[in-house]
Design a protein around this ligand. Sequence first.
Ligand SMILES: [Zn+2]
Ligand SMILES: [Zn+2]
Length: 345
Amino acid sequence: MKTARCAIFNEPKQPFELSEMPLPYCGPGDVLVEISLATICASDLHTADGRRLEPCPSVLGHEGVGRVIVAGERRDQTLVGKRVTWTIADSCGECVPCSDWDLPQKCSHLFKYGHAEITNGCGLNGCYATHILLRPGTTIIPVPDHLPDEMVAPANCALATMVGATEFLPKPCRVAVIQGAGMLGLYGCALLRAKGVERVIVVDTDPARLELVKQFGGIPALQTAGTVLAPGRADAVFEVAGTSTVVPEGIRLLRAGGYYAFVGMVHPTTPLELSGQIVLRHCLTLRGFHNYAPRHLESAVKFLSEHGANYPWEKLVSPAFPLSEINAAFAEARTKKWARVSVRP
Ligand SMILES: [Zn+2]
Ligand SMILES: [Zn+2]
């Protein structure tokens, strides 16, 4: 009988344990995918190192690409054999957030891959495994053959999130500032330039992280955007740095009617120092983004298909580690040498 191999996360700060389990039954609406490449997201590192608490034991990993091997009843059978990516979360389609608020990413019954206990369903809920069982409310997007795995794997997290965050921009939007030059920042830069934003300034405190900014169409700025942009000149600012200390500068940079997107501050220690009067007098819009809707992943794959060849993706993703060396892969990810370290099951 064919089995699946997976890396089990038992508890923070402990090595992953390799395990095997039988291939699961594919029920109505389910889709079984054989994973070809997974990437290690910063949030996986936070979980593995105990900076945030997630259920365990579990199979981590939510960024991946693979080939459909079984499509359950009620699923499009032409998916079988296709290379695909999928939404990071499964949503019910019927609750109030799904049906009334256009926020399937905030579904009342949300299930997030790479974040569920091994006892939830068949256990193959994450990407650090040879297989993953996708659930009936997960949108599956076929991937064109010309896009390499390394380019596609992080699309269902970082890229789709930035597609969502850049979906609405103030009009006009000629100048944008991105606070943070990691994967989200570089994707944001490429997306904004493709939308016609003339200047995208990317700020980071680490000169090494700024090295790729020009190749993604942006203007690098060390520590502060103040050296290249006067206050009140940005149409939009994107926080992808994960720290609220950047917010006062972001607010100062915005013009009247400007737009501020919060994307990176996904942990609780992010108190804001903010004058309500400035938000009010400058007619600012502040908006938060967490997860994304299926249409954003669809646009992400379309974006890669149309613009992928223009950017040096190979510089973002490490050569692949085999699944059996998942602990070495995490050690490599902790060095921060790569925007993403990849694992090939
Ligand atoms: Zn991620
Ligand atoms: Zn729902």
